[in-house]
Ligand binder design. Structure first.
Ligand SMILES: Nc1ncnc2c1ncn2[C@@H]1O[C@H](COP(=O)(O)OP(=O)(O)OP(=O)(O)O)[C@@H](O)[C@H]1O
Ligand SMILES: [Mg+2]
Length: 167
């Protein structure tokens, strides 16, 4: 059971799918955001986009988590918008499978607006979409459309992970 990273911009449904997937696979679910150091949390709360330098230590921490769970399996939710970030994650577990949750900006904005008690302000959505580098052919990745319901996304993710030739 190789590690799984669920990636995408804020509001794409990473935590929702990630938790369900981990449950179905009977492996731990790790919320990537919960590993941010306090400085990063403060910046995000103030609506300040993190720099790559701000993210570096956090991504190494997540890579270490993937490495620790490389044999037993784990699902990690992490925006992982840039190839560089995903390369850092894979430095801990090269076999990591990537599930990319993709959808239109209007749907993302709606979902972010519908949430309460969440520290990511909707103003960051545009910058996240500008930053986004979708997974490339060599990344063991699948792209899923967030306009599908949670059950269908879970089904598609499981079918892909369990198919003989993927990821
Ligand atoms: N497939 C779906 N269909 C409809 N609504 C969904 C779906 N998946 C998630 N949602 C809803 O969209 C909102 C965002 O989902 P979620 O919190 O899982 O996103 P996220 O990618 O983890 O965001 P963040 O990066 O900010 O943590 C939530 O209110 C959630 O209930
Ligand atoms: Mg989340």
């Amino acid at each position: 059971m190789r590690p799984v990273v669920v990636m995408g911009v804020s509001g794409s449904g990473k935590s929702t799918l990630g938790a369900q997937l981990a449950d179905a696979l009977d492996v731990p679910f790790l919320e990537g955001d919960s590993f941010h150091p306090p400085d990063n949390v403060s910046r995000m709360a103030a609506g300040i986009a993190l720099t790559d330098a701000d993210r570096a230590g956090w991504l190494r921490t997540l890579a270490e988590q993937l490495r620790r769970h490389a044999d037993s399996g784990v699902v990690l939710s992490c925006s992982a918008l840039k190839r560089l970030y995903r390369d850092t994650l894979r430095s801990g577990a090269p076999d990591t499978a990537v599930i990319f949750l993709s959808g239109p900006a209007e749907v993302l904005a709606q979902r972010m607006a519908g949430r309460s008690g969440h520290y990511m302000p909707p103003s960051l959505l545009a910058s996240q979409l500008a930053t986004l580098e979708p997974p490339q052919a060599d990344e063991h990745a699948i792209t899923l459309d967030i306009r599908k319901g949670p059950q269908e996304l879970l089904h598609d993710a499981l079918a892909w992970l369990r198919s003989p030739d993927a990821p």
